[in-house]
Design a binder for this molecule. Structure first.
Ligand SMILES: O=P(O)(O)O[C@H]1O[C@H](CO)[C@@H](O)[C@H]1O
Ligand SMILES: Nc1nc2[nH]cnc2c(=O)[nH]1
Length: 350
């Protein structure tokens, strides 16, 4: 693949045209960018969003409400997926590769929140990958958008009620680890849920035993078998040099890290940092889903006061686009190879 990207402005790389021949082994170099803000239209009023955020732990969604959405979806699609995929920033193209698609804008699905972030289309796509029925979230919800955590993770329980057994989460993340370069892919071995450590957790509030226990274990929440299967697949695809395991940390965002924060995360042993994923994985593990997670490293987190580079969302999305094909191939191969219960549920309803 030959990619030419032009970055205009920015102090260090003003007006420079960067032409890079990106192969599966080529590191992607990030550069200082100008801040060109493009915002998607945000629906909802700010007062109620603010209110729902503060009241997050008192908010409750009943089992019936999740069920209603699951029933609506089941009655509107012929697919009966056992695998759900959440596409991270810039990785939504994965959903486009699904065959025999049924897709729904989030705004048309009863109970679904709305995506407000550039690079998150806001569409739920059902279809087949290598003959296996999947559902793909082309766009996720983040806490910093003003969604309560229970809303952020709403789709996970809906998927569970639809019969999904495995959740694949992907995200864009900044690297703290010296060995992780932009364009590398990190298999998530474990996470540090910073909002969760201070009580911002989607499981706060009344526990619904129908989904899972009051005090769920989180050790081993990223399935070991799927992690080693992915390493094998990367070797077979000849991209093992791009892939390694590491620890992801979720911070609240929406600002990127200060240098002092970056140094702290680095000292704590964090390999990659982002603003999502952990709440989804907590809810999925609580309700017994098998989880696999993958971070696309889109930038190095600036850890030095001597460094004049800075990160922005456009740069994050661009690296997502450059590596989307590799991520797609890895995820497709994982789904194709992993064991899934081939019961009635997988079949398309005619
Ligand atoms: O985690 P995803 O949704 O991939 O997005 C990541 O990219 C955005 C910042 O550019 C943040 O939302 C961060 O969490
Ligand atoms: N918090 C955080 N989120 C990201 N998402 C993509 N890159 C980054 C980053 O450097 N920091």
């Amino acid at each position: 693949m030959h990619v030419t990207s032009k970055y205009v402005g920015g102090s260090a790389s003003a007006g420079r045209t960067i032409s890079s021949s990106i192969t599966d082994h080529t590191p992607i170099h990030t550069h200082t960018h100008t801040h060109t803000h493009k915002h998607k239209h945000t629906s909802g009023n700010s007062t109620s969003q603010h209110h729902s955020f503060i009241m997050h732990s008192k908010e409750h969604i009943s089992h019936d409400e999740y069920q209603k959405t699951a029933d609506w979806l089941r009655s509107h699609t012929k697919h009966r997926p056992l695998v759900a995929i959440i596409c991270g920033s810039g990785l939504g193209m994965l959903a486009d590769t699904l065959k025999c698609q049924d897709s729904f804008d989030y705004s048309d699905i009863p109970g679904f929140p709305q995506s407000t972030v550039q690079g998150h289309a806001g569409r739920l796509v059902f279809g087949e990958l290598k003959g296996k029925s999947c559902v793909c979230m082309q766009g996720r919800f983040h806490m910093y958008e003003g969604h309560s955590l229970i809303k952020t993770t709403f789709p996970i329980r809906v998927f569970k009620l639809m019969g999904v057994e495995t959740l694949i989460v992907t995200n864009a993340a900044g690297s703290l680890a010296d060995g992780l370069q932009p364009g590398d892919i990190m298999i998530i071995k474990d996470h540090i849920n910073f909002p969760g450590l201070v009580g911002l957790n989607p499981l706060c509030g009344p526990n619904d035993e129908k989904f899972g226990p009051r005090f769920p274990a989180m050790s081993g929440c990223y399935d070991k078998g799927l992690r080693s299967l992915m390493m094998e697949i990367a070797k077979q695809m000849g991209v093992a040099g791009l892939v390694q395991e590491g620890v992801y940390a979720m911070v609240g965002g929406p600002n990127f890290e200060t240098i002092a924060e970056a140094k702290l995360l680095h000292r704590l042993g964090v390999d990659a940092v982002g603003m999502s994923t952990a709440p989804e994985v907590v809810v999925a593990t609580h309700c017994g889903l098998r989880v696999f997670g993958l971070s696309l490293i889109t930038n190095k987190v600036v850890k030095s006061y001597e460094d004049s580079e800075s990160v922005n969302h456009e740069g994050v999305l661009e690296v997502g686009r450059l590596r989307s094909q590799t991520v797609q191939q890895l995820v497709t191969e994982l789904i194709s190879t992993m064991e899934i219960n081939n019961n009635e549920n997988t079949k398309i309803v005619s």
